[in-house]
Design a protein around this ligand. Sequence first.
Ligand SMILES: [Zn+2]
Length: 354
Amino acid sequence: MDEGFTKTRAMNFPRQVIAGHNCVAQVGTVCEDLELKGTALVVTGPTTGALAAKPVKDSLAEKKYEIQQIEVGAATQQNLVKVEEVAKDVQASFLLGVGGGSKIDLAKLASANLKKPFLSVPTSASHDGLASPRASIKDGGNSLSLNATVPMGVVADTAVIVKAPYRLLAAGCADVISNTTALLDWQLAERLHTENYSSSAANLSRYAADSIIENAGSIKPNLEESVWVAIRPIIISGISMAVAGSSRPTSGSEHMFSHYLDKTAPGKALHGEQCGVGSIMMMYLHGGDWHRIRQALQMIGAPTSAKEMGITDDQLIEALVHAHEIRKDRYTILGDRGLTPDAAQRLANVTRVI
Ligand SMILES: [Zn+2]
């Protein structure tokens, strides 16, 4: 017997994932299949509520579930407390996040804190968090990325998601495309610091990114088929985090660049848009094929420049120079010292970002 061996690893996955046309009508059946009982709490928002919460509730009612609903706004600590209080008041036995990223994050965190099952029913797909165990929440001025639990079920209705602004889907695709550099950063950290690397997680993450890049030509506005092409890689990207037990396979230097912009240029570009542009530049630093990333983003209609992100050249350079300070524990191509302003300028010029 090998007594030196001490490794263990646990993985939690969604048990049911359904994507496609009108599948929101199957939410009740999914809950029944998962043997969920009692009261369902639908966590939704004022705008998305009307769009998707009604068919979700109709489907739950058909299966005789007690249904309660809470409408909330942004993913803030305050709203999280509100969701948890309502869930306790109505004695919810499970939660459903029906909406965009913030509603899903709130339902995800509340259900993790209350140890209740949770279903993700996205009405848009602006990042790869809809099937992941990670959630971000604002606490005061800070945005925290937290570990929660992976959804027990994911129901992604292409007929619903196609009605969301196309910009959101394009951003979700860009977020997944940015896995390409996150993976190179992870490999670098493994080589330099023997950081734990999971090839199964990496393969899922790479598959998701390649699949979006290879199908970039068929991802277009107002086309339900485009949502179909994009949504599965977006879900798989989230699952790669569940396999790794961290966001490592999907978040590297390009995400640090994006998090820095969240602080200095809030409300300009979307998370995925920033990560996509970051990925073009980080791929250049890795010596990889940054043209491939840029072309795919352009085909999809996601930004590839500071101007298209609505930020100034100075804001972009500053973010490049300081990105390495964002997560000291996460080693990337930016190293411990980051870029000098001159190098940042050159990088942004060469890759046509400014
Ligand atoms: Zn991301």
